[in-house]
Design a protein around this ligand. Structure first.
Ligand code: NAI
Ligand code: PYR
Ligand code: MG
Length: 473
């Protein structure tokens, strides 16, 4: 169950209500008071901030019960999540202070002009003399934000700022959110190309399918820096990592399992492709209209590609039909599509990754008693299968070796690296995937990605820690 921390600012009229009554009302509604601050004391009335820990589903009734108490005025309700977003979540910091005119003339005019000229003469120097080598653009058009859909570029910004924070904190990569006010494929491509000179990589985020496929393919062809649509490939990499470990837990082999993937959009297409590359031989891709079947005809080019694959089943059906006897369910669609009875009909020792954000395809409480391994994309349950395990390390590696592309071998190497962070001894139903706070994740992903980039010839630089030994020290 998800919990929230609310800060309730209340005015109490002392002749009508006392604090004990307020505390009892909060407790009856399921809230735990964690702190009380008196904001304005007074003889007749007082204003207090009461911090309350409460289940998300009980929030509305708690607020209603306080409003119904005589002598109470509810001045404001803020939750800590909103407070964490006040003023935005990132800022730009200088690397060195400007203390005097001498400093100024070095970092700015006239000194800077010599540096500009040097880059003009040799554009490669942008990597050593500007922020390019460590900076990634996190670009969205706001059309497929989490599972919230097309909420636009302004509303998408908190997610992009969040990704930028994670890039920095987990991998030391400076990332900048770019929220584009256009849904036009050509305009998006043109704009990203136009802003690309300052960036060492482009992380596309939350751009809806099918446009996301063309945008990524075209940019990868036309730019000489890595372009990575996180919702496609970051998600596929982390799913493969989790699946490799989950299969070990349940004692099944990837070649033998029947896998249902629900939601064949950005994430679903890439997951299906990577599952096939990893050896899955029985795949059932499902979207709104039911299973995408072998031999079928589809307007969506990626669905058509799937329909042409021999591993894709030819039996039509709705999600509720095709989930029967599946060994693995992977959901990257939307909230609340399955119930306990559906997952009970899966094969014994089933694996369910319900990854729609913020609400999964099935509530964890409903699924967990009936499946062997359960995972979501959320941080408040065990087994968080989220692309945050991937993009920081993959870009760290790609930037450090100045990879031109992030190719399939680099992605597979990243998936294996993430899986390997959980040792055989540690592996169990509740622990198939490492925590994002496990420092080994970025280190291992970076190392494996650089090795794969060097082997496949896409690296344009050998990082110092790879130079003498032929591998990371
Ligand atoms: N945990 C993680 O790391 C990640 C989770 N996701 C989640 O996966 C979901 C999809 O994300 P994207 O692929 O980026 O979006 P998308 O918009 O590209 O694709 C969503 C797909 O789901 C399909 N869909 C919608 N309702 C459906 C239904 N009732 N049954 C079957 N299919 C249905 C749509 O037709 C579409 O093809 C979102 O909830 C997102 O938050 C996405 C990326 C990473
Ligand atoms: C995690 C992520 O990228 C998404 O849900 O869209
Ligand atoms: Mg996303």
């Amino acid at each position: 169950m998800a919990f929230n921390s609310l800060i309730l600012r209340l005015e109490l009229v002392h002749s009508k209500v006392n604090f004990g009554e307020v505390a009892s009302a909060i407790s009856r509604a399921g809230g735990d008071i964690t702190s009380i601050d008196v904001i304005r004391p007074g003889q007749d009335s007082s204003v207090r901030d009461i911090t309350v820990h409460v289940a998300e589903i009980a929030e509305a009734s708690l607020i209603e019960s306080l409003k119904s108490l005589a002598g109470i005025q509810l001045i404001n309700v803020s939750d800590r999540t909103f407070l964490a977003h006040l003023g935005g979540k990132i800022s730009v910091q200088p690397n060195l202070p400007i203390k005097n005119r001498d400093d100024l003339s070095r970092v700015y005019t006239p000194g800077v002009a010599r540096v500009c000229t040097s880059i003009h003469e040799n554009p490669k120097k942008a990597y050593s003399l500007t922020i390019k080598r460590n900076t990634v653009a996190v670009v969205t058009d706001g059309t497929a934000v989490l599972g919230l859909g097309d909420i636009g570029p302004h509303a998408a910004a908190p997610v992009m700022e969040g990704k930028a924070m994670l890039f920095k904190q987990l991998a030391g990569v400076d990332a900048f959110p770019i929220c584009l006010d256009t849904k036009d494929t050509e305009e998006i491509i043109r704009t990203i190309k136009a802003i690309s000179p300052i960036f060492g990589g482009i992380n596309l985020e939350d751009i809806s399918s099918p446009r996301c496929f063309e945008i990524e393919t075209r940019l990868a062809e036309e730019l000489d820096i890595p372009v990575f649509h996180d919702d496609q490939h970051g998600t596929a990499v982390v799913v493969i990592a989790g699946l490799l470990n989950a299969l070990k837990v349940v004692g099944k082999r990837i070649e033998n399992v029947r896998v249902v993937v629900n939601g064949i959009g950005a994430a679903g297409v890439s997951i299906c492709k990577m599952l096939l590359a990893a050896g899955v031989s029985r795949l059932v891709p499902v979207d709104r209209d039911g299973a995408i079947i072998q031999g079928g005809t589809y307007p969506h080019p990626m669905w058509q590609w799937l329909a042409d694959q021999p591993q894709v089943e030819s039996q039509p059906g709705t999600l509720k039909e095709v989930i029967r006897d599946a060994d693995v369910f992977i959901g990257v669609s939307r909230a609340n599509l399955l119930n306990a009875a559906d997952v009970q009909r899966m094969a014994a020792n089933s694996i369910v990754f319900a990854m729609a954000n913020p609400q999964p395809e099935i509530a964890p409480e409903e699924a967990i008693p009936h499946v062997r391994v359960f995972a979501t994309g959320r941080s408040d349950y065990p087994n968080q299968i989220n692309n945050v395990l991937v993009f920081p390390g993959i870009f760290r590696g790609a930037l450090d070796c100045r990879a031109r592309h992030i190719n399939e071998p680099m992605k597979l190497a990243a998936a294996r690296a993430i899986a390997s962070v959980v040792s055989e001894r540690e592996l169990n139903e509740q622990y198939i995937i490492p925590s994002i706070f496990n420092e080994q994740v970025v280190t291992e992903v970076r190392k494996s990605v650089i090795e794969a980039a060097i082997l496949t010839g896409t690296a344009r630089r050998i990082p110092p820690d790879f130079r003498s030994s032929g591998g990371a020290k």
